[in-house]
Design a protein around this ligand. Structure first.
Ligand code: PLP
Length: 386
């Protein structure tokens, strides 16, 4: 067991499935045409692109024309915020952006940039101690809907795994006539995301969180949503995102979501059992450990704690030496040595937030791995505390 890595950082990224790699390979070498070219190799690539778009649209309950391919989840978030906020302001004069204090920096920092550079004003909706966004707070902020350019609220949080009440929040936005974007990067392949039922106007996904390749994502953009292109210089993606489409990676993303959706429910049940075994075991064996986020509204594969009087970095190094790959929370925040804005928003004091650990489970995670971790962690915490 010790010789191989026990990978418990699937919220940071996942391995590409063999079937996904196989689906992509021909588009690097044999079918390498530019989908915009008129000749036969170009037409071949264009057919693959159309097929992938159709597959993704079917899986998400969308129309193919509502799918915009991007370079990653971060780009999808950037495109949604810039594209919708600027277009709606141009059309209506609305100048406020509403989001939450626990968004990924891809949303938070982008919203801040829109304030600094383009004169928008930003309101951060509060969350409760479990990281759930207040529906009442959104309702209060929507009393003057004509002022609001965009609401952006994540489907599930990357650091604490909390699943947000996206349907209820989206209904409020729809009633108010305000565009609603959700960052569903952590939810892709894990939560039901059919936009035929979800009241969202825009949704961001990134393939590498559901066993697809890195460097590709998509933005679902409901027909009729105001949108100004974020990347210019070509008429690709219906004029909404210029740049030659990355055909192999897009083909891989479609295959990955197809496989993830096919097993989403059964895999969810399996992971939930492992998740709860890990949560229960740590709370029982590690004194001073507390679950962060919600026990109920939680991603099936997500476990996060704060551990008193133990520094996250030291624990992560010791875990790595024991063969366990974990994280303190956001891959982007780790190493930055700054207290997490998410834990802060949940009301967790910086001293406790310094002991944040995240274990995110995945397809290869077994009960043996969880039991190994449950044996190791109390020892590791003890040593770090010394
Ligand atoms: N949004 C959330 C909630 C995330 O967890 C991440 C990545 O961890 C991103 C956005 C950024 O996605 P990407 O790594 O594809 O740029």
């Amino acid at each position: 067991m010790k010789s191989r890595t026990i990978y418990l950082d699937h919220a940071a990224t996942t391995p590409v499935r063999p079937a996904v790699l196989e689906a992509m390979l021909p588009y690097f070498t044999e079918a390498y045409g530019n989908p915009s070219s008129m000749h036969r190799p170009g037409r071949g690539a264009s057919v693959a692109l159309q097929k992938a778009r159709q597959t993704l649209a079917d899986l998400l309950g969308a129309r193919p024309s509502e799918i915009v391919f991007t370079g990653c989840g971060t780009e999808s978030d950037n495109a949604a915020l810039h594209g919708i906020a600027l277009a709606r302001r141009a059309a209506t004069g609305a100048n406020r952006i509403l989001t939450t204090a626990i968004e990924h920096k891809a949303v938070l920092q982008t919203a801040e940039e829109l304030c600094d550079r383009c004169g928008f004003t930003l309101t951060l909706l509060p969350v409760d101690g479990e990281g759930r966004v207040s529906i009442d707070a959104l309702e209060r902020e929507l009393t003057m809907p004509k002022e609001v350019a965009l609401v952006s609220i994540m489907a599930a949080n990357n650091e604490v795994g909390t699943v947000e009440p996206i349907s209820d929040l989206g209904i409020l936005c729809r009633e108010a006539g305000v565009p609603f974007h959700t960052d569903a990067v952590q939810a892709g392949g894990k939560l039901e995301l059919a936009v035929s039922r979800l009241p969202v106007d825009a949704m961001s996904l990134g393939a590498h969180k559901f066993y697809g390749p890195k460097g590709v994502g998509l933005l679902y953009l409901r027909a009729g949503t105001p949108f100004q292109p974020f990347m210019t210089g070509g008429s690709h993606e219906g004029g909404r995102r210029a740049g030659t489409e990355n055909v192999p990676l897009i083909v891989g993303m479609a295959k990955a979501l197809e496989l993830a959706e096919a097993e989403r429910v059964t895999e969810g049940v399996r992971l939930r059992a492992l998740r709860d075994r890990l949560i229960g075991g740590v709370l029982e064996r590690v004194n001073g450990a507390a679950l962060t986020g919600s026990a109920t509204w939680r991603l099936d594969n997500h476990v996060s704690f704060v551990i008193d009087h133990a520094d996250a970095e030291s624990m992560l190094i010791a875990l790595d030496l024991a063969g366990v790959a974990a994280s303190s929370g956001s891959a982007c925040a780790s190493g930055a040595n700054r207290p997490s804005h998410v834990l802060d928003a949940l009301g967790i004091a910086p001293a406790r937030a310094a002991g944040a650990l995240r274990f995110s489970l995945g397809a290869a995670t077994s009960a043996d791995e969880i039991d190994f971790l449950l044996d190791e962690l109390p020892r590791i915490v003890g040593r770090v505390r010394e």
